[in-house]
Design a protein around this ligand. Structure first.
Ligand code: MG
Ligand code: MG
Length: 629
């Protein structure tokens, strides 16, 4: 498969874009005229610079408002075309995109347009270039790929072909399966973009909200399957206009783009039986069976306080690492590691962020296959020297730079706890009923949320749930859950737009996205809260008003409500079930723990309670704007 990306999809100047695009592994670029005009090089120099990056120019674009004109206007359109063809020859580009006209004087008429393209094909042939015609979703007369194809067909010229763009087809809700009837040799180029479903003007939607395949809600997979079914095996190119991306990091965007293309084509390969596009054979998406461990990088007073907190929550100090200053705390199936090493990854994470969750271990079916898929999708493999007696557990860097380990039963990797840890004598502590990790909540800048969700949904067999708004007294936080099919692994992503929110201030202090809270599940939250309270655990105090309102909303009986008030337990319910939760006080710059109980089929995270929880946490934290260190 030949991968390509439009220069408009990436931030930066042309040279920065080329560096980023080449680095992550694309084969080619669509060069946007604007990027080319803004550069100081001559067309020939720019063409050479692109090829020096190991990239091919797959397309030159755009050429607007060509067809359907008469008289002088028609003549001028052909003059413009000649100028562009000459530029292409200098650049070393052999294909140009002509998008359907939005010109107020364009007359329409399939045959008139076909005549225009036949004449244009002749001029293109003389210069050895080809012309691809694309139906814009808002084209004046042509806004459907089926009409564009009819024009191409009637122009009957070897240098005239069709360009398909998933956005233009899917935004107008045109059945992508209609592509299956177009001959592959007349499809000159394919552009892909996804987008969130928003009801708005098509032009505005397209220019500001496109995103990478898999990041939005359009049926890009079905579109690409239809294209592949024709036998098309030319370039597959991303053309993404997005306001957030324009201010993003060029290499991060390029990597997301590459990841989205590889994942999409892998899906196409698996679902469309007979395609000519050769795609790499990579392992299928991996099902996540749960979170195997959470590792804190910590030291000094923080480390002591954290150990006391875990103890009050019913965790037992279950073991110590055979050679490192690393302690294992355990309760039920939950494993928490406190790493106080002064060298290695955890130590550098501590130096950069303070006490932080530097590593999350996922339990899955096949650790090696997961690492192979992640690495094929452009993830960075993580390796650290393995000491004597230690296992070599596959790991990658996650989006925020923390480490993610993959653990399975098959390869003996889940034996790590008995192999690398000595059993502690103090493991006879009675627990508080915490059985497993319910969810891990990560906080990042809102602009990075798509990157994080693409990371999880492209590597793992996990689905996104719709985004919800969480109202912090000082700004909005968007929250989105990613979960495995069974719900055994749940990750919530919280995107902060301002540093004044609780999530935002955590970001400012921790220098980048990271896990901010971990939620543990219990089967009896009242009993758990009582035991923890006897152990000296101090829950996050909720207001009396919260409970008055709760009774008004749900009509909870007085005894139960009193118990909830005494234990600071929050409550939510919906048609599928009920949800109980309480929180620890924030520690180490805004980290916290949560205890939850799900009843029935409740699948959410208590979002209606978030504003009250956040207000309570903020009352306990330092005044706004006061730095920690
Ligand atoms: Mg396009
Ligand atoms: Mg939570």
């Amino acid at each position: 498969m030949k991968t390509s990306i439009a220069t408009v999809s990436i931030s930066g100047n042309l040279r920065e874009k080329l560096d980023a695009i080449a680095k992550v592994g694309f084969d080619g670029i669509e060069i946007f005229e604007q990027d080319f005009i803004a550069d100081t090089g001559t067309p020939r120099e720019i063409g050479n610079m692109i090829r020096d990056h190991g990239l091919e120019i797959t397309l030159f674009q755009p050429f607007r408002d060509f067809e359907g004109l008469t008289g002088d206007a028609r003549k001028r359109a052909f003059d413009r075309a000649r100028y562009k063809f000459d530029t292409m020859v200098e650049l070393g580009a052999d294909l140009i995109l002509v998008c359907s006209s939005t010109h107020p004087d364009a007359l329409g008429g399939i045959d008139r347009a076909a005549d225009d393209f036949r004449d244009l094909g002749q001029i293109a042939a003389e210069r050895g270039v080809r012309v691809g015609y694309e139906a814009l979703a808002w084209g004046r007369h042509v806004n459907d790929h089926r009409d564009a194809w009819e024009i191409v067909r009637r122009s009957d010229h070897p240098n005239i072909g069709l360009i398909l763009d998933s956005f233009h087809t899917l935004a107008r809700k045109i059945d992508p399966n209609t592509i299956r009837r177009i001959p592959s040799d007349k499809i000159f180029f394919v552009q892909l973009a996804d987008a969130p479903l928003i009801d708005m003007d098509l032009l505005y939607w397209s220019r500001h909200f496109r995103n990478m395949p898999g990041e939005g809600d359009l049926a890009v997979n079905e579109f690409m399957r239809s294209v592949a079914a024709t036998g098309y095996d030319g370039p597959i190119s991303l053309e993404i206009f997005n306001d957030q991306f324009r201010g993003g990091h060029p290499e991060g965007l390029a990597r997301d783009g590459y990841r989205s293309l590889v994942a999409l084509m892998d899906d196409v390969r698996r679902t469309e039986p007979d395609v000519r596009i050769k795609t790499p054979e990579i392992p299928a998406r991996i099902a996540v069976e749960g979170v195997e461990f959470i590792e804190f990088a910590t030291n000094g007073e923080d480390a002591y306080a954290l150990a006391q907190l875990l103890k009050s929550m019913g965790f037992a100090h279950a073991g110590d690492h055979i050679s490192k200053k690393v302690a294992l705390w355990q309760q039920g199936d939950i494993r928490i590691i406190l790493n106080q090493e002064t060298t290695g990854f955890a130590s550098s994470a501590y130096i950069t962020h303070g006490t932080t969750i530097c590593d999350v271990g996922l339990k899955l079916d096949n650790a090696k296959a997961t690492a192979a898929r992640a690495s094929a999708l452009g993830a960075t493999t993580f390796e650290q020297p393995v000491g004597p007696g230690e296992l070599n557990i596959p790991a990658i860097r996650s989006v925020g730079g923390s480490v993610m380990h993959f653990i399975d039963d098959e390869s003996g990797l889940s034996d790590v706890w008995s192999v690398e840890f000595t059993r502690s004598v103090s493991d006879a502590v009675a627990g508080a009923g915490l059985g497993k990790i319910d969810h891990v909540a990560e906080t990042m800048n809102y602009d990075e949320m798509l990157s994080w969700s693409l990371f999880y949904t492209s590597i793992f067999d996990m689905q996104r749930t719709p985004m919800v708004d969480v109202i912090d007294p000082d700004g909005l936080v968007r929250s989105q859950a990613i979960k495995s099919r069974t719900g055994a692994a749940r990750i919530t992503l919280n995107g902060a737009e301002t540093h004044r929110t609780l999530a935002g201030s955590f970001l400012a202090e921790s220098f980048g996205g990271a896990v901010q809270h971990v939620a543990f599940a219990t089967d009896d939250i009242f009993e758990t809260a009582r035991i923890m309270s006897e152990n000296g655990f101090e829950p996050l105090p909720m207001t009396g008003n919260y409970y008055t309102d709760l009774q008004a909303r749900f009509g909870i009986d007085a005894d139960r409500l009193n118990m909830m008030r005494d234990l600071n337990i929050l409550y939510d319910e919906d048609a599928s079930g009920a949800f109980y939760q309480f929180y620890s006080k924030p520690f180490a710059g805004g980290l916290f723990f949560e205890i939850v109980q799900r009843a029935g089929e409740y699948d959410g995270y208590g979002a209606p309670n978030a504003p009250f929880r956040i207000a309570a946490q903020k009352r306990l934290m330092r005044p706004k704007g006061m730095p920690r260190r």
